[in-house]
Design a protein around this ligand. Structure first.
Ligand code: VG1
Ligand code: CO
Length: 543
C-alpha cells in the first residue's frame, strides 16, 4: 500500500460552527472536501504520528465513506491506532467516553446532530480533544486557518476495510480496532445510576416510551432500557438508526417529536416519555400531560442529582449557556455551589468540567450533561430523571410543581426563524447591536430596560475571550430576551429569540407559557422588528 500525496486547493466555507463543520451533504461529497477538512484537523493538532483516535458517528448518509477516508488519512500520517464503533456508529456521548476511557488523543465524530440526514440534507464532522470534549475555539480557529492554506493531503492507497466485524485489523501500519458501540457506554451508566432500583421500577409496571427518532440512540436505548433495566419490548420506538432517519428531523422538541408529544398528551399516556437527537446528545423529557422545558430540566436535575449513586456526594457547581434560563442559578444559590454562564455550545463547558468547578451543565436546546463525559448526553439525562422519579416516588408533574414552589418559575421559550436570507438576519441583529448602549433606562411596551449588551465570555480557567455571543436585553423586573444567530444551520441564517420571565410564586406558577411571556415577546418585536424585517408572521419553531 502506498502513501499518496494529493494536490489540492483551499475550499471556501470550511469554518467550524457551534459544533463542528456542518454543510449540505452535496457540499461534503464534493471533490477533496472531506480530505481537505480532515487534513486541516490533523495539521491543527500537530499531526497524527504515533496517536490513537476514536472514530464514529450517527450513521447518517455518507458516514461509511467518510469513515474510510479518515482511516486512510490517519494511516498515511503515522497514526498508531483508531478505535472505531462497529459500522462506524457511535453516539456523541459514547465517543466522548471512549476517548477518555482509552486515554486517546481525540476523536472524529461524523454527525450533523439534530439536522436531517440524506443526500439532500446535512452532513457534519467534528473533532474532539483528548479530554473527550469538542475542540475549543483556539483549535477550531487553527483548523479553519489550515483549510485556507492547504495545498496537499496525504492518504493511503487502499481498499475499504471491514467495519462490521468486531476485533482488530490493520490498515498499512495502523491498527484498527472495531468495538461494540454500546457496551462501554452502558457500563458507564451502570456506575452512575441505581440500576436495581430502576429494574424494580419497570417491574412494578412503570411505563415509558423512548423515541430514538431513527437515529443513533436506538441501540443504546434498547440495550439499557429494555435489556439491562427490563423495560418491556417496544419501550424504545424508532430504534433502528437509518441513513436518512426515516425522513424525520431528529431533533427532540415538541415540534419535531410530535408523535411522542401526541402519545404523552393522549389518553392512556405512559408515565414517562423521552426522545433524543441524531447523535444522541440531546434529550427531551415529557411526563404524562407534562412537558418539561430543558432549562427547568437542568434545574430539577441539579436539585435532585444527589439521589443518584453517581452524584451522592453532591455536585461541585453548575454551568449553563447564556441563553438558558436562570432556573438552575436559583438552585445553585440555594445549595451554595458555584454557577457559571458560558456562550452557546458544549465546547465552553470543557474547561470548567476539567477543572472540577462544575459537575452538571446544560443548555436550553435540550442538552444536559455531567462530568462523566465531555459532551451533553441524552440517555444520561433520561436515566437521571428515571432515578429521581424512582427515589422520590412522584410523577414528573409532581416533581416540577414542587420545584417551582421551592424556587419560583422561570417561564421560558425560544422562537426560531429558520432559513432567513443572511442579509435579512444581519439587518435585524446589526442595528439592534448598534443601539445597545442607548437602551438602558428607556422604556419599551411599558417595560423599563435595565441592561443591554452583547454577551462576552472570559474563560475562568484559561482566560480566553469569546465576543459577540448574543444580544441580551434585561428588563427592570428581571425578564429578558436574547437574540443570536445559529451556528449550526446549513441554509441561510436562523435567528433565535430566547424569552424569559421569572415569577416567584406562590401565585401564577401555572400560566400558559406563551401568555406569560407575552409582554417580553411584544417588547422584543418592538425593539428588534423581526416580523417586520423578515416578512414572517411569526417563528416557524417554538420550543
Ligand atoms: C444549537 C444549540 C446549541 C447546541 C448546538 C449543538 O446551536 O442552540 O445550544 O449546543 O446546537 O447541538 P446554534 O448555534 O444553532 O444555536 V447538537 O445536539 O446539534 O450538536
Ligand atoms: Co446532537
Amino acid at each position: 500500500m502506498s502513501i499518496l500525496t494529493v494536490e489540492t486547493m483551499p475550499i471556501e466555507g470550511q469554518k467550524p460552527g457551534t459544533s463542528g463543520l456542518r454543510k449540505k451533504t452535496r457540499v461534503f461529497v464534493g471533490t477533496h472536501f472531506v480530505e481537505n477538512f480532515v487534513q486541516a484537523i490533523l495539521d491543527a493538532i500537530g499531526g497524527a504520528a504515533g496517536k490513537t483516535f476514536v472514530l464514529g458517528g450517527d450513521g447518517r448518509y455518507f458516514s461509511p465513506q467518510v469513515a474510510q477516508v479518515i482511516l486512510r488519512m490517519c494511516a498515511a500520517q503515522g497514526a498508531k491506532k483508531v478505535i472505531v464503533g462497529q459500522d462506524a456508529l457511535l453516539s456523541t456521548p459514547a465517543a466522548s467516553h471512549l476517548i477518555r476511557l482509552n486515554k486517546t488523543d481525540g476523536g472524529f465524530i461524523m454527525s450533523a446532530s439534530h439536522n436531517p440526514g440524506g443526500l439532500d440534507e446535512d452532513f457534519g464532522l467534528k473533532f474532539n480533544m483528548p479530554n473527550g470534549g469538542p475542540a475549543p475555539e483556539g483549535v477550531t480557529d487553527a483548523i479553519f486557518a489550515a483549510t485556507k492554506t492547504i495545498s496537499s493531503y496525504r492518504i493511503l492507497e487502499a481498499q475499504d476495510i471491514d467495519l462490521d466485524t468486531l476485533g482488530e485489523t490493520r490498515l498499512g501500519e495502523m491498527a484498527v480496532q472495531v468495538v461494540d458501540p454500546v457496551a462501554d457506554y452502558a457500563d458507564l451508566m451502570e456506575t452512575l445510576f441505581d440500576f436495581p432500583k430502576l429494574r424494580a421500577l419497570f417491574a412494578g409496571g412503570f411505563r415509558m416510551r423512548f423515541d430514538a427518532m431513527c437515529a443513533i440512540t436506538g441501540p443504546y436505548g434498547t440495550e439499557i432500557l429494555e435489556r439491562r433495566l427490563g423495560a418491556p419490548e417496544g419501550t424504545v420506538v424508532n430504534g433502528t438508526p437509518l441513513p436518512d432517519f426515516g425522513g424525520m428531523h431528529p431533533d427532540p422538541n415538541p415540534t419535531w417529536a410530535h408523535d411522542l408529544m401526541d402519545v404523552m398528551f393522549g389518553d392512556d399516556a405512559p408515565d414517562f416519555g423521552a426522545a433524543s437527537d441524531g447523535d444522541g446528545d440531546r434529550n427531551m423529557v415529557v411526563g404524562k400531560n407534562t412537558y418539561v422545558s430543558p432549562s427547568d430540566s437542568l434545574a430539577v436535575l441539579a436539585a435532585n442529582a444527589h439521589l443518584a449513586p453517581g452524584y451522592r456526594g453532591g455536585i461541585a457547581g453548575v454551568a449553563r449557556s447564556m441563553p438558558t434560563s436562570a432556573a438552575v442559578d436559583l438552585v445553585a444559590d440555594a445549595m451554595g455551589i458555584g454557577k457559571f454562564e458560558t456562550p452557546t455550545g458544549w465546547k465552553f463547558f470543557g474547561n470548567l468540567l476539567d477543572a472540577g468547578k462544575v459537575t452538571l451543565c446544560g443548555e436550553e436546546s435540550f442538552g444536559t450533561g455531567s462530568d462523566h463525559v465531555r459532551e451533553k448526553d441524552g440517555l444520561w439525562a433520561v436515566l437521571l430523571w428515571l432515578n429521581v422519579l424512582a427515589e422520590r416516588g412522584e410523577t414528573v408533574a409532581e416533581v416540577l410543581e414542587s420545584h417551582w414552589k421551592a424556587f419560583g418559575r422561570n417561564y421560558y421559550s425560544r422562537h426560531d426563524y429558520e432559513g432567513l436570507p443572511v442579509d435579512v438576519a444581519d439587518g435585524i441583529v446589526d442595528p439592534l447591536r448598534a443601539r445597545l448602549g442607548e437602551l438602558p433606562g428607556t422604556t419599551v411596551e411599558g417595560m423599563e430596560i435595565a441592561a443591554a449588551d452583547d454577551f462576552a465570555y472570559t474563560d475562568p480557567v484559561d482566560g480566553s475571550v469569546s465576543q459577540m455571543q448574543g444580544l441580551r436585553i434585561v428588563f427592570a423586573d428581571g425578564s429578558r430576551f436574547v437574540i443570536r444567530l445559529s451556528g449550526t444551520g446549513t441554509e441561510g441564517a436562523t435567528l433565535r429569540l430566547y424569552l424569559e420571565r421569572y415569577v416567584a410564586g406562590p401565585e401564577d406558577l401555572g400560566l400558559d407559557v406563551q401568555a406569560a411571556l407575552a409582554p417580553v415577546i411584544a417588547a422584543a418585536e418592538t425593539l428588534a422588528g423581526i416580523k417586520a424585517a423578515s416578512g414572517r408572521d411569526g417563528p416557524n419553531v417554538v420550543t
